[in-house]
Design a binder for this molecule. Structure first.
Ligand code: GLU
Length: 341
């Protein structure tokens, strides 16, 4: 069987994982949220902003707020990336209920909370997808993929990528797959996308409202040649088994939601609610632009601590951006401690 050939070491099943990470015993109204940064640089003020919003969504509903470290891209990772994030959150009093709390240290029973420690969980789900015919190994080399892109460029196809008739490895026979695997040819694992070009998908974003987009048709990579998951696959697996109810994150991810919904469904998972936050903008030369990591020192949270801004003032400021009613609420509740709900 193909799935056995690809994952001979996987002994657990998805059902075992469902049992290992049971539904949380929380009220219906409780929100389970997470901040899921990659340790690729200093904590950005936009990161603190979304962490704060996730935290308050959890704490004001008696839910759970987690810190998950998304360290699947070892090339972009920086030394001390994880401790920078933890230090940054601590400096502003954004405490976590579960997740990574230090070097190889974490709390909570839905972990590991660091993606590099979750390989067997991803492989268990990947194996089930292969069994159901929803994922397949792709043996195309970088050169072949470049050639494919060039061909699509020349032909001027409207949609480019690895899908449909272009997805060469989609229809390999089992004997062909077996031969290539046994020869030791490197492969990625791809989703066999059930999407269709002429179908659209809509979802209700809790911030932006109803959004409609074309379905995903790309056979995206789920596991890279080294077996490490891509962000998209890890997101679906982690948010399902950590029992996240509300995915709150930057709006640069909106365009990936059709793929994410497809992945949750392909895996047989309930789709969480999504809330996409706009980036923090800066006035510049009479115009507005996103804060830039490179150009603006105030993009890093350490700027505020180092310049002596009290942490409370930064948090209050972020909340005035987050909610236009916040100032009125604050005037009515001048002494209320935000983190004590
Ligand atoms: N690791 C992703 C990032 O750094 C997280 C996106 C998400 O919250 O789903 O932006």
């Amino acid at each position: 069987m193909l799935s056995e050939l690809l994952f001979p070491d996987v002994k657990e099943t998805v059902a075992d994982l469902e049992e290992r990470f049971p539904l949380r015993d929380l009220k219906e109204s409780a929100r389970v949220t997470r901040f899921a940064p990659s340790p690729t640089g200093f904590l950005h003020i936009g990161g603190l902003f979304s962490a704060l919003i996730s935290k308050l969504n959890a704490s004001t509903t008696n839910g759970v707020f987690m810190l998950r470290i998304e360290d699947t891209d070892k090339k972009r990772e920086i030394t001390d990336g994880v401790s920078e994030i933890i230090k940054g959150l601590n400096a502003f009093g954004v405490e976590i209920d579960e997740g990574v709390i230090g070097f190889e240290k974490e709390k909570g029973s839905y972990g590991p909370y660091q993606q590099s420690h979750r390989a067997e969980i991803y492989h268990t789900v990947a194996k089930a997808l292969v069994e159901e015919g929803l994922a397949y190994p792709c043996f195309c080399s970088e050169d072949e993929l470049t050639a494919l892109r060039e061909k699509q460029e020349q032909e001027g196809t409207t949609i480019k990528g690895y899908f449909g008739k272009w997805a060469k490895c989609r229809n390999l026979s089992f004997d062909e797959q077996k031969k290539l695997i046994e020869e030791g040819k490197p492969y990625t694992l791809r989703l066999r996308s059930p999407g269709s070009e002429d179908r659209r998908i809509s979802f209700d974003d809790l911030i932006k409202g109803k959004i409609e987009m074309p379905e995903n048709i790309q056979d995206v990579v789920l596991l890279k040649t080294d077996g490490i998951p891509t962000y998209h696959f890890a997101h679906a697996v982690d948010d399902h088994f950590m029992r996240t109810t509300h995915v709150i994150r930057g709006d640069e991810w909106i365009s990936s939601v059709p793929l994410h919904i497809q992945l949750f469904k392909a895996c047989g998972f309930k789709v969480p609610k999504f809330a996409h936050i706009s980036p923090i903008m800066k006035e510049d030369n009479g115009g507005k632009r996103k804060l830039s990591k490179r150009k603006d020192p105030e993009a890093s949270v350490s700027f505020y601590t180092q310049s002596g801004y009290p942490k409370e003032s930064v948090i209050e400021y972020l909340l005035t951006i987050a909610n236009s009613n916040f100032e009125d609420w604050r005037k009515a509740n001048p002494k209320a401690d935000l983190f004590s709900f």
